[in-house]
Design a protein. Structure first.
Length: 462
């Protein structure tokens, strides 16, 4: 496995701020320099089993919260198990995990940046099936059905999702009021805002991949769900429809037309120099009209909107009259597995369970740090009053809607996903046609489908 980077819901690369507050990964049995360990739990006369992992945090506050409420709290509840935390650099976390696990070295809990990456570990025999633990801890009863299903590989559970979100349309209410715009729900309304914004010197839709090429798949996830729709995507993900079908070619052609008009990122040249931070800065300053990106930015958007300014979000508009508005592409950004080489699998499973056993712990972290929670079955009334209304609105809406879609890094297999965001650069520059891009996408997917390397997608209800 070669591309498991700590990304999407993990990094806001333009300014170096972490979007999610924490990331977990497996590590070796010994502490490295600079690690933060906790052993507050009392031990009996028996040997203490250490469960080690790497972590990365957006802020000291986020690190402190996780240490106290997850690591220290877990250790305090144990006699013979001790979790030790080793804080790593955000930019190297994924690659360090990749290298260690690929080499078969002493990892207990294995981090992956979504089901697609976790599937690769499982297919290569690097992680163990978790079904026995799932039965023991009743994970199937706790996790949302789609999240449990996509975490299975060949009918066996191989990872536990501990962070999920979606992709939405961010906007500045003050900018919309100033220009007399309404939040678009249809393709016509969306393009009307784009045309007016462009005529007034704004970037209509924020976009760019400077410093982080995989940002492109954020935007393509939005477009494919809103222009193609969950039903056609499910057909493609299950091999019943080809990725070079006209509906996909038309969607990519639509994006290309927006880029050529200067609506998407300002221009094709600017796309390759724009950062995520640039786009949020422009959104806050009234220079960018709309930005379609992930809800992992809920916890960092306020840093750009200062002086009383406020951001807001809306579900994605329909980008095809045949596709209903308001689709929520489901995205799992962090999964945890147990390494096949671990000598402490039982203890590792116990810690993973601790993270999702009590929804109030996850919701408390959501309230305190804005971290995307695990996809747990949670009553709408369970959200603490301290949770930002805009954040709570999302997590209350998703379980209630039938209009759910698919984020590429959660449901598209690894090599196909890499093709999606790397080869699209050629579409932007005009060196590859939308039809040829989709043909290459189909070729990559067909190979992985034949290998059995496609995550299991839920069946859409809408």
């Amino acid at each position: 496995m070669s591309r498991n980077l700590a990304r999407r819901d993990l990094l806001k690369l333009g300014g170096g701020a972490l979007a999610a507050s924490w990331v977990l990964a497996a590590c070796g049995s010994s502490d490295s320099s600079g690690s933060t360990s906790s052993s507050s739990g009392g031990s009996s006369s028996g040997a203490v089993k250490d469960v080690t992992y790497w972590a990365a945090f957006a802020t000291p506050e986020g690190q402190k919260y996780f240490q106290q409420n997850f690591v220290d709290a877990f250790n305090g509840s144990q006699k013979n198990v001790r979790v030790k935390m080793d804080v790593k650099q955000l930019m190297t976390l994924g690659q360090l995990t990749n290298t260690a696990v690929a080499a078969g070295k002493g990892a207990d809990v294995v981090y992956a940046d979504g089901p697609s990456a976790a599937l690769s570990f499982a297919k290569n025999g690097k992680t163990v099936a978790l079904d026995a633990y799932a039965t023991k801890y009743q994970w199937k009863d706790r996790l949302l059905p789609w999240a449990y299903d996509v975490s299975e590989v060949d009918g066996k559970l191989h990872s536990v999702p501990v962070g999920y979100g979606s992709l939405v349309l961010y906007y500045n209410p003050e900018t919309f009021a100033q220009h007399g715009w309404k939040v678009p729900t249809t393709l016509a309304e969306f393009e009307a805002v784009c045309a007016d914004a462009k005529s007034k010197g704004l970037i209509p839709v924020g976009a760019g991949n400077s410093g982080y090429k995989a940002q492109t798949e954020w935007y393509l996830t939005c477009v494919l769900n809103a222009a193609v729709g969950p039903k056609a995507l499910h057909e493609a993900l299950t091999g019943k429809r080809k990725w070079d079908d006209k509906v996909f070619v038309d969607a990519i052609t639509l994006v290309k037309s927006w880029i050529d008009k200067g609506w998407w990122g300002g221009s094709s040249d600017r796309y390759f120099t724009n950062t995520d931070t640039d786009m949020f800065t422009g959104l806050a300053g009234g220079k960018v009209a709309m930005y379609m990106t992930g809800t992992w930015s809920f916890d960092s958007a306020d840093t750009f909107f200062t002086g009383g300014k406020k951001w807001d979000w809306a579900p994605l508009p329909s980008l095809n009259d045949a596709v209903p508005a308001g689709v929520y592409p489901l995205a799992i950004g962090t999964t945890l597995s147990i390494n096949a080489k671990s000598e402490n699998a039982e203890a590792a499973a116990e810690f993973i369970d601790y993270m999702i056993a009590d929804p109030s712990r996850m919701l408390g972290m959501l309230a305190a740090t804005g971290t995307n929670p695990a996809p747990l079955k949670v009553d709408a009334n369970a959200y603490p009053a301290e949770v930002d209304e805009r954040v709570a609105r999302l997590y209350k809406a998703i379980p209630q809607t039938k209009n759910l879609g698919y984020a590429s890094w959660s449901f598209v297999p690894p090599k196909t996903d890499t093709y999606l965001y790397t080869e699209f650069d050629k579409v932007i520059t005009g060196d590859m046609s939308p039809a040829d891009f989709c043909a290459g996408l189909q070729k990559a997917f067909a190979a992985e489908l034949a290998e059995g390397s496609v995550p299991k997608p839920f069946t859409p209800e809408s």
